[in-house]
Write a protein that binds this ligand. Sequence first.
Ligand SMILES: Cc1cc2nc3c(=O)[nH]c(=O)nc-3n(C[C@H](O)[C@H](O)[C@H](O)COP(=O)(O)OP(=O)(O)OC[C@H]3O[C@@H](n4cnc5c(N)ncnc54)[C@H](O)[C@@H]3O)c2cc1C
Length: 495
Amino acid sequence: MENVLVIGGGIGGLTAAALLAKENFNVTVLEASNEWGGCAGKFTRGSYLFPAGATLGMGFESGGIHSRVFESLGMPFPHAKPLEEIMQIHFPGGSLSYKKDRKAYLKELEKLFPENMTSIESFFEEVWQIGKEVRSMLGPLPALPPKTVKEWIGAMGSLKPGTARLLPYLHAPFGKLIKKHGLEELQDFLHLLDAQLIDSMQTTAEDCSAVIGAYALSIYHDGAFYVEGGLYQIAEALQKAAENSGAEMLKRKWVTSIKKEGSTFIAADRKGQTWEADHVVCNLPLQSFLNLLDEPLKKQCSSSYKKKAPISQWGTMTLYLAIDENVLPENPPLFAQVLQSDTGDMAEGEHLFLSLSAQGDRIRAPLGIRTMTVSTHTSLDRWKTKEDYDHYKPQLKAKMMKGIKQLFPRIEEGILQELPGAPKAWERFTKRPDGMVGGFPQTLDHALFNSLSHRTGVKNLYLCGDSVFPGAGTVGVSVSGIHVYRSISGKWGGV
Ligand SMILES: Cc1cc2nc3c(=O)[nH]c(=O)nc-3n(C[C@H](O)[C@H](O)[C@H](O)COP(=O)(O)OP(=O)(O)OC[C@H]3O[C@@H](n4cnc5c(N)ncnc54)[C@H](O)[C@@H]3O)c2cc1C
C-alpha cells in the first residue's frame, strides 16, 4: 500500500489520517506539539483542563459531518450533548437567548425588536431557506473549486432544483439580504448578526458572502453541542481511530522542509529526522505550507496559492480562567457572546466569546470549580514588536475582563487561575505564523468558488485545514480532510 505522510495533527489532518488508515494506506502523522487538535486542542494546568480555542461543537446531529466521519470509522462519539439554548448574547441594547428552535429564537428577537418583527421574520425566512439550499447542495460534499473531471461531476451532481434560489445571491454580499428586508438601519440587530458572522465566518455582514452568511445563520438551528471535556475529544477520538487502523501517530515532530525526489516526497523535521512518502497531506495554514516547500515545489504550486499567501488573517487574544463556581450566578450560560461597543466593533475586546465548563464536567475541573475560555479577535498589526506586546496585552486583558464582568459581576472574587493567550502563545502552541487563526474571511473573494482547493497544484501534495475550502470550524476543516481522503483513495462514497 502507498505511504501517506500527514503533517499536522489538527482536526483536518486527523480526519484525513483516520479515513485513509481505515482504507489500509500506510499513514504516518507528524504533530509538532505535545497535543492533538491544534486550535481545537487542549492544555492542562494542575487539575484544570482548558480548551485552547474551539469549544462550541457542531456537526454531531444526524447527517452532520462529525457524525458521518465517526459512523464511517465504525466508532460512536459519545461526548456531545445537544443544546437547546445555544448561547446568550449580551450587548449594550439588551440581551438575547439564542435558541436552537427557530420559533423560540424569533420570540426572543421579538422581545428586543417588537416594531420590526414583520421584516425580521421575512428576513429569517429567506435566510433559512437559502441556508437549507446551501446545506442540501453541500450535503454530498462537493470539492470547490473543482479541479478534476471527477470533482466537476461531483459539483454538478450536487446542484438541486432549489439551488437556482441561490443564484441572485451567489455574487452578493450578505448586506444585500439585509437591505432587501429594510433592516439596514436597525443597528442593534445588525450588531447581533455581525457577532454571529465574525465568529463563524471571520467577517461581518457587510462583507460576508450572502450565501455563506445565510448558511452560517442557519447552522445553529441544525444543532450545537456541548462536548464533555472539550472539542479536543474529536481530535483524540480520530487519533485513536487512525492508530487502531495501523497509523503511526508521532508527537513532537516539527517538520521544517519538504522536497521531492522522483515521485517520492521527503519531509524533514527540525532535528534532521526524515520521512519518505508517496502522498503528503499538510494540515497547516497556507503560509506555513509554502514555507516548508523547497523552491522547485513552491514553483509548481498553483497561482491561487501564491496569490493568497500575503493576505492577512485575524489573531486572537484568549483568557483561560479557573473559577470557584460560588461566584457565578445560578444556571450560568455555557456559551455567551458579549458585545461591549455601542457602534458594533467586533474585535479588540469589544466582542467576546465565552465558554464555561458545565457543572459537574469533571474532565475540565474538580467539583465546585469551572474553567472558562474567553476569546476576542485582534489585528496582528498590534502585536509586531516586544514594546507593542508589553503595552497592549494588559490593556486588552483589562478590556476583556470588563466584558466578562457584565455577565459574571463577581468573577474576580473567584478566580483561582488566570492565563492569558496572546498571539505569540498561539504561535508557540499551534505553530501558526504570528498566531494567525481562523483562515481567510468568507468574503466574496474567498468563499465557495473563490476558495483555495485542497489540491496544491503539485501531484500527490495536498493541503487541508482552515485555509482551504470550506474554511474554518471543526466541521469545515473536517470536510477538507474528507476531500483529501477522497482524492488519495479515489473513493467517493463512504463518508
Ligand atoms: C479562539 C478560537 C475559538 C474557536 N472556536 C471554535 C468553536 O467554538 N467551534 C468550532 O467549530 N471552531 C472554532 N474555532 C475554529 C477551529 O478551532 C479551527 O478552524 C480548526 O480547529 C482548525 O483546524 P485545522 O485542521 O486547520 O488545524 P490546526 O488547528 O491549525 O492544527 C494544525 C496542527 O498542525 C501542527 N503543526 C503546525 N505546523 C507544523 C509543522 N511544521 N510540523 C508538524 N506539525 C505542525 C500544529 O501544532 C497543530 O496541532 C475556533 C478557533 C479559535 C482560534
